[in-house]
Design a binder for this molecule. Structure first.
Ligand code: E4P
Length: 219
């Protein structure tokens, strides 16, 4: 399972990259706004800065909701760096844009996926990734992990190449549950990835090892 970090914060990306387990980055307009990135030139430069930090795929989202605008934005984003994946919303114009960009050899990530029907449409259009938002589904009393399981089963039956990228991850247990049901990728905030380290027995065990070593090696 690949690990993407879900942020536009360069320090956060560097922090996870330093662990040596980072496979890519996802962003969205809200995450860009959180970093105060505005204006076409600044946005493009920021995506380029992210690409310079990581070696894997970097999802950059279009703002247009019409086919022509999505293609224009998508081509501009894709020309920045081969790592760029054009992130497109799950609407009918988006499906047309995914089909077109895929035919040009440009990677795409279909975002705002909340049902198996939507995911099948994106897979048929040739999306590189689909992003089901599990945390937002959980918030509406629908089992987000259940959707990931449903999608990995369907994609396996039909041999779809589209990767299931579990998004809107809220806690470290979500990551483990995604692994259990075969998600291809999880994208999560750095703090959620760091949460995987936590176990009190590790801390207690390490403290004891170091204390015993110190006891026998007094200077
Ligand atoms: C990433 O691709 C999504 O945009 C992101 O995970 C959404 O997360 P949120 O539901 O926490 O905003």
């Amino acid at each position: 399972m690949k690990f993407f970090v879900d942020t536009a914060n360069l320090e956060e990306i560097k922090d996870v990259q330093a662990l040596g387990i980072l496979d890519g980055v996802t962003t969205n307009p809200s995450l860009m706004a959180k970093e105060g990135i505005a204006g076409d030139e600044n946005v493009l430069k920021h995506y380029k800065d992210i690409c310079d930090i990581v070696s894997g795929d970097v999802s950059a989202e279009v703002i247009s909701t019409e086919f022509d605008g999505m293609i224009e934005e998508g081509l501009k984003l894709a020309s920045l760096d081969p790592k760029i994946v054009v992130k497109i919303p799950m609407i009918s114009e988006g499906i047309k844009a995914i089909k077109h960009l895929t035919s040009l050899g440009i990677k795409t990530n279909c975002t705002l996926v909340f049902s198996a029907g939507q995911a099948i449409l994106a897979a048929k259009a040739g999306a590189t990734y689909i992003s089901p938002f599990i945390g937002r589904l959980d918030d509406t009393n629908v089992d987000g992990i259940g959707l990931i399981h449903q999608l990995t089963s369907i994609f396996q039956i039909y041999g779809f190449q589209t990767q299931v990228l579990a998004a809107s991850i809220r806690n470290s247990l979500h990551i483990v549950r995604c692994a259990e049901v075969g998600a291809d990728v999880v994208t999560c905030p750095a703090k959620t990835i760091h949460g995987l380290f936590n176990h009190p027995l590790t801390d207690i065990g390490l403290e004891k090892f170091l204390a015993d070593h110190a006891k026998m090696n007094k200077s």
